[in-house]
Design a binder for this molecule. Structure first.
Ligand SMILES: Cc1cc2nc3c(=O)[nH]c(=O)nc-3n(C[C@H](O)[C@H](O)[C@H](O)COP(=O)(O)OP(=O)(O)OC[C@H]3O[C@@H](n4cnc5c(N)ncnc54)[C@H](O)[C@@H]3O)c2cc1C
Length: 375
């Protein structure tokens, strides 16, 4: 959208490349995420996004550790529910704007001049000045720490090991048909859980590219199930430090010990975890804060409203922010004063963003044993 409206921008990304560290696997895209992508992407890229997005079942079963169905959650709406591969989505987002992204540039701090213009300072000693600084730097946001030091990010009390099982002739039969839903939790003692969720491409990725957007480069990925195990740290037989030093193989072995006595099908699923894909996560959440005075520094996504994944909406909220902010920047480019336009974006973002933080925390508390949000 910014490109179409001829608004100059540069993204400074601390990673060396799109694939230099594991970023996760499946992502659930809902109505908000889908609408945001429809607004910001050129038509061919949006069609490619839809063509590479799986459509999971919307009725979600909840099982206990013996695979007894405890309940079936009906979707709250008839809206869009898509299961996309993160890397595929990121490659689509990067298409056509690769020249505006500088990899390997970590922001360390920012300064604001008397006229409001902002200078970003980077770890390599370089600096860049612009009209607006957008903090899209995720949960550990360096911008948020400096700009809103009272905005807290806290431990949810949940640890998750995140991996995948390729869906092929050896593994497809392990998953019940109803497990091809948005996200299927299998909840055992102490609310320890195994969660499975499919990414199933409607057609081969390369064929979708040739058909809809030749010239775009997407990694040719095939179907898989993301498969995670979650627990509270007090139930794990190791410290956080040890956990984060463990290989995928050791995480798989520890998970199998933690789910001893669970239904053999669940154990077989974990046995099929591709060990090289498994990594541990400490799940964190922001604590909602009151609105702040708007300046030329603004924020979006996890940088301001990181939330537990229990509602599957963190990225959808970030995409919604991005579309709203791009619209505000478009109005500014057409002559609207900068601060009121950014203030309108922030007022909306703060309301729905922190509402999503609260909903995610409530879901996580009820289903997975997440700590309640601090007062
Ligand atoms: C297990 C799990 C499952 C999830 N599933 C879903 C789901 O199904 N649906 C959903 O909507 N959400 C989901 N989420 C949430 C989602 O992953 C996040 O909300 C989303 O990635 C946030 O996007 P973001 O761009 O704000 O931050 P990020 O994706 O974290 O991106 C921030 C970027 O900034 C870069 N960066 C960081 N610091 C600096 C710096 N100092 N200088 C320059 N660059 C920097 C980082 O390298 C990174 O590339 C899930 C989260 C988890 C943990």
């Amino acid at each position: 959208m910014l490109r179409r409206r001829r608004i100059g921008f540069t993204v400074y990304e601390s990673d060396q490349s799109l694939t230099s560290r594991p970023q996760g696997y499946r992502i659930h895209v809902d109505e908000h995420g889908d609408q945001a992508l429809a607004r910001v992407l050129p038509a061919d890229l949006y069609r490619l996004f839809r063509a590479t997005a799986g459509v999971p079942r919307t009725r979600t079963p909840v099982f206990d550790d013996q695979l007894t169905r405890l309940t079936v959650l009906e979707p709250a709406d008839d809206g869009v529910h898509l299961a996309v591969n993160r890397l595929t989505l990121r490659q689509i987002l990067l298409s056509g704007v690769r020249d505006a992204v500088v990899f390997g540039r970590r922001l360390t701090r920012h300064t604001t001049a008397a006229d409001g213009r902002v200078t970003a300072h980077f770890a390599d000693g370089t600096r860049v000045t612009g009209d607006v600084l957008v903090a899209a730097d995720g949960v550990n946001s360096a911008v948020r720490r400096q700009y809103l030091p009272h905005a807290r990010v806290v431990d949810t009390g949940l640890r998750q090991f995140y991996g995948k099982v390729p869906l092929d002739e050896r593994t497809r039969h392990l998953f019940l048909p109803e497990m091809h839903a948005v996200f299927t939790p299998i909840v055992g003692p102490n609310k320890n859980y195994v969660g499975v969720a499919p990414v199933e491409y409607p057609e081969p990725v390369t064929r979708a590219v040739t058909r809809l957007a030749p010239g775009v480069r997407l990694t040719d990925t095939t179907d898989y199930m993301t498969c995670s195990f979650g627990s509270r740290p007090e139930f794990l037989p190791c410290t956080d430090e040890e956990l984060h030093a463990m290989s995928g193989e050791r995480l798989r072995a520890m998970t199998l010990r933690m789910i001893e006595g669970w239904h053999p099908r669940v154990r077989r699923i974990i046995e099929h975890w591709r060990s090289g894909t498994v990594f541990p996560l400490t799940l964190r959440t922001s604590v909602p804060i009151d609105p702040w005075p708007t300046t030329n520094v603004t924020l979006l996504g996890d940088a301001i409203h990181v939330m537990s994944p229990a509602a599957g909406v963190g990225a959808n909220t970030a995409l919604r922010d991005a579309a709203g902010l791009a619209t505000a920047l478009g109005r500014i480019a057409h002559g609207e004063p900068l601060i009121p336009a950014l203030a309108a974006y922030e007022a909306e973002m703060i309301a729905y963003g922190f509402a999503a933080v609260r909903t995610s925390a409530a879901n996580g508390h009820r289903m997975l044993g997440q700590d309640p949000l601090p007062a």
